[in-house]
Design a protein around this ligand. Structure first.
Ligand code: PLP
Length: 443
């Protein structure tokens, strides 16, 4: 499989239906990654590719870290599987104890899943069930935000706000509404860090409270920094306002930190970074450094305690997955926490953020750039769309970057950057240097 033309010929009729991909384009022009180490991927023909996206926003400690690989190998050889319902295994409890001290103040309990999508649907169900067990079953509505991404299960798709991800899947879940997004280039283009304008957009939740009556609303879910739809950093004061409105009306606030958590903003969680504590936090990805699928929902003590009522011989939460707290995932997670702790990765971004911001914004003079935005170790460059062909310019940039040795993800015409947190300054230069070269040639 070394020659690219012969690889393409083999894949053209492959039975593999690739997720979130242009299947026909890819199978004609495959971009395969055969192995990885540290900051780099390697293609089957041996080309070295700088990973500008931490895989898919998940490989925070870099690739194939020995400690994690060894933990997984040991884990799978010791206990390949254990049933999680009415049974347990030591690593699940150990992993929970290990994570607990890292959680934002007041958040104490956790439920394990296998992905971000499962975490989101679990959190939405927990929110509905919490109100129900407390006698407020009339709180049935779930509120999301335009341009939000909360995975692909039914609940997450419904509260999500990306039209293309929703439109072909029918009516989704009923009782869902959305507040406005915060993307405002007219006021905030080229903001460094949090934009100054737009805190008042949180008031849109108040509007929905007036429309539906707050007593019908169970929860509001947002990504603190919305990443997948194109990197939208919350305006200063915006998340604080959302918290206030939720508190005023007894609405649970869920932060979807599938990407934001695990050091991406220089703190273990975005909730710490912004100083806003939600009622529930969803996560996945970096919890195992992307090595083994896993997710989690973290919650405040009173949420957990609301379920711990009634007869002790009842199942408090009729929800869970065959692979919840899978022993190999827990082993990977414990290895991951070791690496995060030993290398200070959950706070390292604090030292790098200014250099990163300057490097990203140095591309302002490149052709077709209409915005650059950043926070922590996240950045986006938004390009003007080609007339009549939205997304084409961005996708060409992605392809050309890969040819030039850097993996950069694009959403439409937005280039997103989110490398492993072990990146060195020279590699930041390399990443944005490649992006500069690419942008010069993407007319
Ligand atoms: C904020 C957010 N929520 C949920 C998800 C879904 O996670 P997964 O793909 O692991 O199901 C993602 C994935 O990127 C995400 O960014």
């Amino acid at each position: 499989m070394n020659d690219r033309a012969s690889v393409a010929a083999t894949l053209e009729n492959s039975p593999f239906f690739m997720p979130f991909s242009m299947n026909r384009q890819f199978k004609k022009h495959p971009r395969l990654l055969a192995r990885a180490e540290g900051m780099y991927y390697y293609t089957p023909e041996g080309r070295k590719i700088l990973d500008g996206t931490a895989g898919l926003w998940c490989v925070n400690a870099g690739h194939c870290r020995k400690k994690i690989v060894d933990a997984v190998a040991r884990g799978v050889a010791t206990l390949d599987f254990a049933p999680p319902f009415q049974m347990g295994h030591p690593l699940a409890f150990e992993f929970a104890e290990r994570i607990a001290p890292l959680l934002p103040k007041g958040i104490t309990r956790m439920f394990f899943t296998n992905s971000g999508s499962e975490s989101v649907d679990t959190a939405l169900k927990l929110a509905l069930a919490y109100h129900r067990v407390r006698g407020e079953g009339h709180r049935m509505r779930l509120i999301g935000r335009e341009k939000g991404y909360h995975g692909v299960n039914f609940g997450g798709t419904a509260v999500g706000g990306i039209v293309g991800n929703r439109k072909i899947f029918g009516a989704l879940v009923t009782g869902v509404d959305h507040i406005r997004h915060t993307h405002d280039l007219a006021k905030n283009a080229f903001s460094r860090g949090q934009p100054k304008h737009g805190a008042e957009l949180a008031e849109d939740l108040e509007r929905l409270c007036q429309l539906h009556d707050p007593s019908t609303i169970a929860a509001m879910i947002v990504e603190p920094v919305a990443c997948s739809a194109g990197v939208f950093v919350p305006p200063l004061g915006y998340l604080q306002k959302l918290r206030e409105i939720c508190d005023r009306h007894g609405i649970l606030l869920i932060f979807d930190e599938v990407i934001n958590a695990w050091g991406r903003l220089g703190k273990p969680f975005a909730a710490d970074y912004f100083g806003v504590i939600p009622d529930l936090i969803t996560t996945a990805k970096g919890i195992t450094n992307g090595t083994v699928p896993m997710g989690a929902v973290f919650m405040k003590e009173d949420l957990y305690q609301a379920f711990m009522t009634g007869p002790e011989n009842s199942i408090e939460m009729p929800h869970g997955y065959t692979y919840s707290a899978h022993p190999v995932a827990c082993a990977a997670g414990l290895g991951t926490m070791d690496v995060y702790e030993e290398e200070g990765l959950l706070t390292r971004v604090g030292e790098l953020a200014q250099y990163w911001e300057d490097a990203a914004h140095s591309l302002r003079d490149c052709p077709n750039v209409i915005d650059i935005r950043n926070l922590g170790l996240i950045a986006a460059i938004e390009l003007a769309p080609r007339a009549g062909a939205p997304g084409a310019r961005g996708f060409e940039a992605h392809l050309k970057a890969f040819e030039q040795g850097a993996y950069i993800r694009t959403t439409g015409d937005i280039l997103a950057f989110s490398p492993p947190l072990i990146i060195q300054k020279s590699e930041i230069d390399q990443l944005f240097g490649t992006a500069r070269e690419v942008l010069k040639t993407v007319a």
